[in-house]
Design a protein around this ligand. Structure first.
Ligand SMILES: Nc1ncnc2c1ncn2[C@@H]1O[C@H](COP(=O)(O)OP(=O)(O)OP(=O)(O)O)[C@@H](O)[C@H]1O
Length: 332
């Protein structure tokens, strides 16, 4: 549904020199500064996938989205959306995709939200009957009643984001590109946007590419995650595999009915389990899930006495991501 092949974008900006006549001199010997925002990125996203596209600030995520949606032209490689080039067949592709940029509304700032929908429906040639029906559905799903007659500039951020989502869906596209749709929202608004996005994917079969800095968005929504770092793809796969690949340990804290002998504790587990703490009835263990299953750790621990409480902690996703951004994957 979405394919990028060797995709690259290098921005070229003229360097402005200081000093007398610098402006005139630079007309004849202009120097440029080049920024490789995206370099050699390839991936394929199948119909119905929900993919997270993450990376640190300046990694090139928005630049990729702009190339996938036809706003920018690549300086290398090729993009296909629904089999077409967004650059060469922009009008056709525009009819198949919806785009939301969380940082900037695509609605007209001074118009009531309702009027923006009229303009968009006309631009996308949505029949009046179809538009009426679709808008009624979206109004209910996104609770738009309260904003329909408000100019966009008077909407709260959460209202504006919901209004923008409806605008992106008015022409019923198959593919959605969402660039930070939960940015700046409070926890409640984030949750309702996430629920809506999940139903778009699961019930309505939309293919979604989502960029975000909120790891909860990724954990609750995406079956696949692509990590961009310095313009290049650093990872493409499932969240579970990403956790394993980074190799951060899972932690298990056990409480026994009585005090545990520290020496017996050290002897009870093999090399795969590190005893981080053993004082009184509490024992804290760390291990890699892919090396030893929690059940086997528990079996070994039961030799130390009666277990009355078990607490498991998985590596924080934030920590996993920080590791990738710093280039610390243990590639196998
Ligand atoms: N129009 C432009 N001209 C020159 N450089 C640009 C332009 N747009 C983006 N860049 C540069 O390209 C790089 C990638 O920017 P981009 O906005 O794609 O990153 P991002 O991953 O979306 O970042 P963020 O998470 O902060 O939104 C940055 O170094 C940025 O300064």
């Amino acid at each position: 549904m979405i394919a990028a092949e060797g995709l690259g974008k290098t921005f070229r900006r003229p360097v402005v020199k200081e000093g007398a006549f610098a402006g005139v001199r630079s007309l004849f010997a202009r120097q440029y500064k080049e920024t490789a925002a995206v370099a050699d990125v390839s991936f394929t996203i199948e119909r119905g996938e929900f993919v997270g596209y993450i990376g640190p600030n300046g990694a090139g995520k928005s630049t990729t989205i702009k190339m996938l949606t036809g706003i920018l032209h690549p300086t290398a490689g090729e993009v296909r959306v629904a089999g077409r080039s967004p650059q060469r067949e922009r009008r056709h592709v525009a009819g198949r995709i919806g785009v939301v940029f969380g940082q900037r509304s695509q609605l007209w700032w001074d118009l009531p939200v309702r009027d923006s929908y009229d303009v968009l429906a006309a631009m996308y040639k949505v029949e009046p009957d179809v538009k009426r029906k679709r808008l009624a559905e979206l109004t209910e799903l996104l609770r738009l009643d309260e904003v329909m007659d408000l100019p966009v500039r008077k909407c709260s951020l959460g209202q504006r984001m919901r209004a923008d989502l409806a605008a992106a869906l008015l022409h019923d596209p198959d593919v959605l590109f969402l660039d930070e749709p939960t940015i700046g929202l409070d926890a409640f608004a984030k949750r309702s946007i996430r629920e809506f996005l999940r139903s778009l994917n699961r019930e309505f079969g939309k293919t979604i590419l989502l960029t975000t800095h909120d790891m909860d968005d990724i954990e609750t929504l995406c079956s696949r995650v692509m990590v961009l770092n310095g313009g290049a793809l650093a990872y493409d796969g499932s969240l579970e595999e990403l956790r394993e690949r980074i190799g951060l340990p899972s932690r298990m804290t056990l409480t026994f009915a009585g005090d545990v002998d520290a020496a017996a504790c050290a002897a009870a587990f093999g090399d795969e389990v590190a005893v981080e703490r053993a004082d009184g009835p509490r024992v804290a263990l760390a291990f890699q899930r892919e090396r030893i299953r929690p059940k086997r750790v528990l079996d070994a621990a039961s030799a130390l006495g009666d277990i009355v409480d078990i607490h498991m902690e998985e590596p924080e996703f934030e920590d996993v991501i920080r590791r990738i951004y710093s280039g610390a994957t243990n590639d196998r």
